[in-house]
Design a protein. Structure first.
Length: 430
């Protein structure tokens, strides 16, 4: 008996999904709940299990197709017998992605076993013809550690389509020894050279599904909200003191590192209770005030920026927030998030300070009306009671939608967040 397998509904706001990869071929026997394909939505990538056991007899949507929720994408013979499956669907899988062809060629070429010849510009397959894409995170590590472009090309990638991930580069460095790349070794690296150059000096890289959706979302938010930005300095002396005194015991007890983000998140949730309009959204001519706080925390991943959401963050203390932030960030980078975990946010925080940036104004994450930006924490000379003192200072910014939030309201919100952070009890024990 044939059973239809449809594009699943993976979240309240998800209406369609793009098929990244079929993990089974026509004629394969599959078990119930066995992972059969990978799907990408505008929120997150997901692995999809089979609804029944049997034999895959038809594939109706090939890799790269975008399909509406509820549409049939495959059929499974639950009696376990393979029907005379149409082979075209199977053969159509092979040509769509040039990356896969490149991997296949690379896997069959002797250069895979002997990486040295790839450095030669006169090789039959020059570097300019490679189709590998490297994320900004990978390129930054490569520049810092003195890894040349040709050396980077020889690292085996474990990401989607053979893409080299941050983990791949770090494992490579562990194998060669990270201390073996002093400043002197940085000289042979071509400064800011492109990863690959075409015949005309321009490399064309098609956007993947997630990058397209990020681009669409960013354009949508700029066109929707009149953005205004404010920033303020925060004295983090008490927060630094609390963290330093508790971090070792916290690590032993919770198994995770204590960062500054849980303190910032708790301060934000406390202030949002007093400023419900900053936690709202706009629906036409109506203002929707949320009586709950779903806090989005922006996470940079190999696939792009993802904003997983801590649901009902107002009910969590610093320890609970630390657990939630660590869990969501780790699963975001491992592509293990569920679609509902990246939707429904009411306010977001973007911590660009981890990259050393002092001030920034992130774009609002629609349909929210504000987002907090967090700069790097660094010691600076400040004037306190007419005396110069050295204090750990941090800039925080607020980008808000001027349709709903006026400058006075935004400034009051930002100032109160700064006061909450400054006035944490230095004797707090976690």
């Amino acid at each position: 008996m044939k059973q239809d397998m449809v594009m699943p509904k993976m979240g309240e706001s998800i209406t369609e999904g793009t098929i990244i990869r079929w993990l089974k071929n026509i004629g394969d026997t599959i078990d119930k709940d066995e992972i059969i394909l990978e799907i990408s939505t505008d929120k997150v990538d997901s692995e999809i299990p089979t609804p029944v056991a049997g034999t895959l007899v038809e594939i109706l949507a090939k890799e790269g197709d975008t399909v509406e929720v509820g549409k049939v994408i495959a059929r499974i013979d639950s009696e376990g017998k393979a029907a005379s499956a149409p082979e075209p669907a199977k053969s159509e899988k092979k040509p769509p992605e040039p990356q896969k062809q490149t991997e296949k060629e690379t896997a069959s070429a002797p250069e895979k076993e002997q990486p040295a010849p790839q450095k030669t510009a006169s090789a039959p397959v020059p570097a300019g013809d490679r189709s590998r894409f490297y994320s900004p995170v990978v390129l930054n590590i490569a520049r810092t550690e003195g890894i040349s472009n040709s050396e980077l090309d020889r690292i085996d990638g474990t990401g989607v389509g053979g893409r080299v991930t941050k983990k791949d580069v770090l494992q490579y460095l562990d194998g060669k020894g990270t201390t073996a790349a002093p400043v002197a070794q940085a000289a042979p690296v071509a400064p800011s050279a492109p990863v690959a150059i075409g015949k005309d000096g321009v490399e064309i890289i098609p956007m993947d599904h997630i990058r397209k959706k990020i681009a669409e979302h960013m354009v949508h938010t700029v066109h929707t909200s009149p953005h205004v930005g404010l920033f303020i300095e925060v004295d983090m002396t008490n927060v630094v003191s609390i963290r330093e005194r508790n971090k070792d015991a916290f690590k032993r007890k919770e198994g995770i590192s204590l960062t500054y983000m849980p303190f910032i998140s708790e301060a934000v949730t406390r202030v949002l209770k007093e400023f419900p309009y900053v936690n709202a959204s706009i629906d036409g001519d109506n203002i929707l005030l949320k009586r709950y706080i779903n806090l989005g925390i922006a996470v940079a991943t190999e696939q792009g920026l993802i904003v997983p959401v801590i649901k009902n963050a107002e009910g969590l203390n610093i320890t609970g927030l630390a657990r939630a932030i660590n869990d969501l960030a780790a699963r975001a980078r491992d592509r293990k998030l569920k679609p509902d975990e990246v939707s429904g946010g009411t306010f977001s925080i973007s911590n660009f300070g981890v990259y050393g940036t002092t001030i920034g104004f992130p774009l609002i994450n629609q349909p929210q009306v504000a987002i907090l930006g967090v700069g790097v924490l660094q010691k600076r000379a400040v004037v306190i009671n007419d005396a110069i003192a050295i204090r750990p200072m941090m800039n925080i910014s607020l980008t808000f939608d001027h349709r709903l939030i006026d400058g006075a309201l935004g400034a009051q919100f930002l100032q109160l967040v700064a006061e909450k952070l400054k006035n944490y009890d230095p004797g707090m024990t976690l």
